[in-house]
Design a protein around this ligand. Structure first.
Ligand code: FE2
Length: 267
């Protein structure tokens, strides 16, 4: 299947509340703690003020752990500044739009995509999701080949792992402007496909299930590769992509898509 570029731009819902005794920063909390912090402004006034809706998640490794393929300098700027900026921008927007309060991030992205007529919150929301997913898609000892069911599915849908890699590289290098390249599971077709999306668009808006993604915005590679996007994509596939994470994702996706023969329980 050819890759496709979709036009436009896009994780757990949480709410941090303010306190007079302590100012809680986004980094004071771990994932899973978000949404549980309710601090009254004073002992006498049981009133809480929403300070922020979403927190900045850290990559699951140190910022220098992907060197030499992705530098500490890139991660400091990319995660520490740009990704943080998307989180802060989204929280500021949500302060002014309480209709969107309480959504999970997936729900927020789908709602603000608004059938291709995105609300102002969409770009920040999608970029927070996309970057969280991107950091999780890599590992310091990544690369090599997928195994087990994921490899079987790739071979079934692309002919071979080599063909898949060629398609992924082609999609990355032919993406015009900024965007993302994805390996997704198409629910209805029950097959894997490579797609590219422009700006911040995330394939969940069409109900696809992302398996891996690659950031093709210039900020993702320029420090380390200048304009050599081919070297960036090759190093991602050869040394960074986490097929273990991708395997876990496709196993989870099978709760929604049966990729094998129908399994009829025996009564
Ligand atoms: Fe990025």
């Amino acid at each position: 299947m050819g890759s496709t570029c979709f036009h436009t731009s896009a994780a757990p819902s949480s709410c941090l509340l303010s306190s007079t005794k302590r100012s809680y920063g986004l980094h004071d909390l771990k994932v899973g703690e978000l949404g549980q912090l309710k601090v009254p402004i004073s002992r006498t006034r049981k009133v809480s003020k929403v300070l922020a809706f979403y927190g900045l998640r850290s990559p699951p490794y140190k910022l220098d752990a992907l060197e030499p393929h992705m530098s500490n300098r890139t991660l400091e700027m990319h995660w520490g500044e740009l990704h943080r900026g998307y989180v802060e921008g989204l929280n500021k927007q949500l302060e002014r739009n309480d209709i969107l309060y309480g959504y999970t991030m997936d729900e927020l992205i789908k709602a603000t995509y608004n059938n291709g007529n995105p609300f102002p919150e969409f770009n920040n929301a999608a970029q927070v999701w996309n970057h969280n997913f991107f950091w999780d898609s890599m590992h310091p000892r990544g690369g090599n080949m997928p195994t087990l069911g994921l490899l079987d599915q790739i071979e079934k849908d692309f002919g071979s792992f080599t063909n898949f890699k060629e398609k992924f590289v082609d999609a990355s290098l032919s993406l015009f402007g900024s965007g993302w390249v994805w390996l997704v599971l198409r629910k209805r077709e029950k097959r894997l496909e490579v797609v590219k999306t422009c700006n911040a668009i995330n394939p969940i808006v069409w109900d696809d299930i992302p398996i891996i993604n690659l950031d093709m915005w210039e900020h993702a590679y320029y420090f380390d590769y200048k304009n050599d996007r081919a070297a960036y994509v090759k190093n991602f596939l050869d040394h960074l992509v986490s097929w273990d994470v991708a395997t876990a994702r496709i196993i989870r996706a099978e709760a929604f898509v049966n990729l094998g023969e129908p399994k009829i329980p025996i009564a």
